[in-house]
Design a protein around this ligand. Structure first.
Ligand code: OGA
Ligand code: MN
Length: 214
């Protein structure tokens, strides 16, 4: 008799966290497919879509404070910060997973990250985010960027790849990450310029930054 697929256990998550930390320690970035089991991703996508359909998102800004601007030519996504979203059970479980990642990263890399800031992001079809670094001119607190993708059955021809430039040079080699449901991409925020290529379908992500204390 075939064995029924067993429910993913805590140790699966621990192994994926270890894979993410090992990648960041070795190369500064990691891409971990199936970071979360499908039912958790489905729950997060459901939260994201319900909030999106309820009109809770706002066009993303560029920069911060007085320098905040909107510019759809640079980035076309709309975001909802998690501290303004209801704390659903899937979000609480994801926060617990990122807390475990935070502790493991601090232990292995001594980055001294203490806080998480995170938002859902929806890129309507046709939009992307031009090449940038995840640090604001006036703050270098963002230390590790962690993006979890929530898109079912994403195909390479749907576009929307995260293009991660592997060194700072203009003609640097790059890695394209397909934003498939359950994939986690994480990288040192200060070291990796990146962009989101235009997507041909609506593209959903849950993006977080582990930050040092201000
Ligand atoms: C960002 C970003 C990447 C992605 O929100 O700063 O670069 O793949 N997101 O969604
Ligand atoms: Mn970014």
């Amino acid at each position: 008799m075939p064995t029924p697929p067993s429910a993913p256990s805590r140790s699966d998550l621990a192994a994926r966290i270890a894979a993410a930390v090992a990648g960041v320690a070795r190369e500064g970035y990691a891409v971990v497919p199936d970071f979360l089991p499908p039912e958790e991703v489905t729950g997060l996508r459901g939260d994201c879509l319900a909030l999106w359909e309820a009109g809770r998102f706002a066009p993303a800004g560029i920069g911060r404070g007085g320098q905040r601007q909107r510019n759809g030519a640079i980035r076309g996504d709309a975001v909802l910060w998690l501290d303004e979203a209801p704390q659903s059970a899937p979000l609480q479980r994801y926060a617990t997973a990122l807390e475990a990642l935070r502790l493991a990263i601090n232990e292995r890399l001594m980055l001294g990250v203490f806080e998480l800031e995170a938002h859902f992001a929806v890129y309507p079809a046709g939009t992307g985010y031009r090449r940038h670094l995840d640090r604001f001119r006036d703050s270098d607190l963002r230390t590790l960027t962690c993006v979890l993708y929530l898109n079912e059955a994403w195909q390479p021809e749907d576009g929307g790849q995260l293009r991660l430039y592997l060194d700072g040079a203009a003609d640097a080699p790059y890695l394209d990450v397909i934003p498939a449901a359950g994939t986690l991409a994480c990288f040192l925020s200060a070291d990796f310029p990146h962009e989101v290529l235009p997507a041909r379908r609506e593209r959903l992500a849950l993006t977080g930054w582990l930050r040092r204390r201000g």
